[in-house]
Ligand binder design. Structure first.
Ligand code: GLN
Length: 192
């Protein structure tokens, strides 16, 4: 299995390290041509406005949609979850979502007071107890469509979900040293 991590901006190195710890060959994707033989792509957290600008400059919008259509699974964490949504609430005016997953995501949903925090989450289907959610100026998932399953909630809001060949988490599993969410993605989303 080959998994790419979009390496334009943000926390891509931590995803690559977690994948390698699981024995998966991980590729830092800087050009659309690198996605040809990938089983999956992770869009990392970072700043979604910066990532979207770079994605359009390098032609990633069409390439990701095309590869996803051809079977490449996609997981977005935080800024990545914002970018793969059907609709972004509080997007910058020219910020376009990929529309890979029928979810609506609210940017910077927690506002300034609690813009970064950690919380233990009940993550559905995950063995071994709660998962530590690291939220950094995080969005939340305001609405999910048919065929999308909520995987984790925090304070009544959906913070993780999966669809067909897609997963979105509004927190940062790559920053915890706990590989269970990565393993879940590889076993249950990529393989299916
Ligand atoms: N607030 C950021 C954005 O809008 C996301 C933060 C993150 O990815 N940790 O892109």
């Amino acid at each position: 299995m080959r998994v790419g991590v979009l390496a334009l901006q943000g926390a891509f190195r931590e995803h690559i390290m977690t994948l390698e710890a699981l024995g998966v060959s991980a590729v830092a994707v800087r050009k659309p041509e690198q996605m040809g033989d990938l089983n999956a792509l992770i869009i990392p957290g970072g700043e979604s406005t910066a990532i979207s600008k770079l994605m359009s400059a390098y032609g990633f919008y069409d390439a990701i949609r095309q590869q996803h259509g051809a079977g490449m699974a996609v997981w977005g964490t935080c800024a990545g979850a914002i970018l793969m949504a059907e609709r972004i609430i509080d997007a910058l005016p020219d910020q376009e979502p990929l529309r890979l997953m029928d979810i609506e995501v609210r940017r910077n949903a927690y506002g300034r007071q609690v813009d970064s925090f950690e919380a233990d989450l009940e993550f559905k289907h995950l063995p071994g107890g709660p998962f530590r959610g690291v939220f950094i100026r995080a969005p939340w998932i305001e609405r999910i469509g048919e065929g999308v399953e909520a995987l984790a909630m925090h304070d009544g809001r959906i913070v993780a979900a999966r669809g067909a060949g897609t997963m979105a988490t509004t927190f940062h599993p790559e920053l915890t040293g706990d590989p269970r969410v990565h393993k879940f993605f590889l076993d249950e989303v990529v393989a299916s």
